[in-house]
Design a protein around this ligand. Structure first.
Ligand SMILES: [Zn+2]
Length: 181
């Protein structure tokens, strides 16, 4: 949250020490959050004796006195470890961030939604991750030259040649042909 309040500083690489510090704080926080989620996972599950196949809410099976118990998550499963419960709880109760969308938004906020490159007004984030605009502009430029008969293609635009180069070459060979005749 504080990390994204200064996205421009982060992206431009300014105040690197500050962002490193923020990263450190963030890691500590997520460790704390994970511990809290672990506690919730225990809260949301019940001790379960697999031998007797019954719940043992007190932590000791009242039938066989076993205290090596699994964790039962109702309508879900029963396992010895707790990590899968944490994963399920996160899955069931939290929405993952669309990192692609978030990053795009951050880039737009930071550098402006549009950037002018030569004669093109382009979406900053699109340009940065996708050079298609370049290909389109290039294609239009080449089409224009072809229509003006400056360039010529013999394979539907896979390769172009300067028309005067082609004409010069033809003239050269025609001379050779004349001399050979
Ligand atoms: Zn038991």
């Amino acid at each position: 949250m504080t990390l994204f309040s200064t996205p421009c500083l982060w992206v431009k690489g300014v105040e690197i020490d500050a962002s490193k510090l923020q990263q450190k704080v963030l890691n500590m926080c997520s460790q704390n959050l994970l511990e809290k989620l672990n506690k919730i996972a225990y809260f949301k599950t019940t001790p379960f004796c697999y031998t007797c196949y019954e719940e043992a809410p007190t932590g000791i099976c009242k039938t066989c006195s076993n205290d090596d118990l699994m964790r039962l998550k109702k309508d879900s499963g029963v396992e010895f470890d707790i990590d899968w419960v944490v994963e399920e709880l996160i899955d069931e109760n939290l929405n993952p961030i669309d990192s692609e969308e978030l990053f795009e938004q951050m880039i737009d906020d930071c550098y402006g939604e549009e950037v002018q490159v030569g004669f093109l007004n382009l979406s900053t984030s699109q340009v940065m991750k996708d050079p298609i605009a370049w290909d389109i502009a290039k294609g239009e430029y080449m089409d224009g030259l072809e229509q003006d008969e400056e360039i010529i293609s013999f394979d539907n635009g896979a390769n172009y040649y300067w028309k005067y180069d082609v004409e010069n070459y033809i003239e050269e060979v025609e001379q050779e042909m004349e001399e050979a005749a």
